[in-house]
Design a protein around this ligand. Structure first.
Ligand SMILES: [Zn+2]
Length: 310
């Protein structure tokens, strides 16, 4: 079964702090009518269900809590209710700001009572905290005890109000050392700090990565290129390189990379095609190819190492 380990769903305007959201937008959008913002942001789960078809067996909905910086805050009740619509096709991860006092109790409640299969996506740069801040530790403690993974967007991100210092991928090193039984998934393979993320995967048995969003960022999904992509689209930097770099230096388990789309960032069909088409790209550039088995494991197998149950 192919599992999309990282998708999103949210509602506009219900889950948005408009002032914070606007602060990250170019000035020309500030006068947009509400319908345009709704068209840009509204992301109900039904849209994903339409495109996942039979191709994707199951998808995991992630939350995001960034009320004051990015301007999005998805309530856990909403995520749970979206996942409940199609329990055969959807699971969910609860989201918290781990530095907040009630966060460990919220995680425990979501996992035990509402069936969350993990925690995420935690966004240190989205919430102005470091992933290794000691005030986050009670949340990691609960995740480790409940045997649920934590998905961390550990690297930086583009919105201008997010502070890059908090997107320090290396902060995951402390968490992995201090919680050796906690499964940590570095989202987007640490974008753009791929080498640091890769080293953490090699160094720590309990650290994994997802490649969500990268296929779209790399421009490999030619039919669906979003307009924000760079002027020169080249699949090397953000797709071929992170995978090749990791597979060329890993000295342990090579199967620690999970597939995901970060929907609505990437559509699943095109993202799978991009991954399965990577060897054609590598070959045409005289680059080393990735074993087919490694590619299929990214799609079908590696998620089993992270999630205890669905
Ligand atoms: Zn995400």
């Amino acid at each position: 079964m192919i599992v999309d380990c990282h998708i999103h769903a949210w509602k506009y305007p219900e889950h948005f702090n408009k002032e914070a959201m606007l602060a990250n937008q170019p000035q020309r959008r500030h006068a947009w009518p509400e319908e345009k913002f709704k068209a840009m942001w509204d992301n109900p789960i039904e849209r994903y269900l339409e495109v996942m078809g039979d191709l994707v067996g199951k998808a995991v909905i992630m939350g995001l809590k960034s009320e004051q910086t990015y301007g999005v805050n998805t309530p856990n009740e909403y995520l749970a209710s979206e996942a409940r619509k199609r329990p055969d096709k959807l699971s969910w991860c609860c989201c918290v700001v781990p530095t907040e006092k009630g966060a460990p109790d919220e995680v425990e409640k979501c996992v035990k009572e509402y069936g969350a299969v993990g925690v995420g996506e935690l966004g240190p740069a989205y919430g102005n905290y470091f992933a290794n801040d000691r005030s986050c530790y009670p949340v990691y403690e609960v995740c480790q005890a409940l045997e649920v993974p934590v998905f961390i967007h550990a690297g930086p991100s583009q919105p201008r109000r997010l502070r890059m210092k908090y997107g320090d991928v290396l902060a995951v090193d402390d968490v992995a050392i201090d919680f050796p039984r906690l499964k940590i998934v570095i989202c987007h393979m640490g974008y753009y700090r791929y080498e640091d993320a890769s080293f953490l995967l090699c160094k720590h048995e309990n650290v994994y990565a997802d490649i969500s969003w990268l296929a779209s960022l790399s421009g490999l999904e030619r039919s669906t290129l979003p307009r924000y992509l760079p002027t020169v689209n080249h699949p090397f930097s953000h797709f071929a390189y992170p995978l090749l770099y990791h597979l060329s230096q890993t000295f342990g388990d090579t199967d620690k990379i999970l597939w995901g789309t970060d929907w609505s960032a990437s559509p699943p069909r095109e993202s799978i095609e991009a991954l399965r088409g990577i060897n054609a790209y590598l070959k045409s550039h005289s680059l080393p190819e990735i074993p087919e088995r490694t590619i299929e494991n990214i799609l079908h197998e590696n998620w089993k190492k992270v999630f205890k149950s669905f």
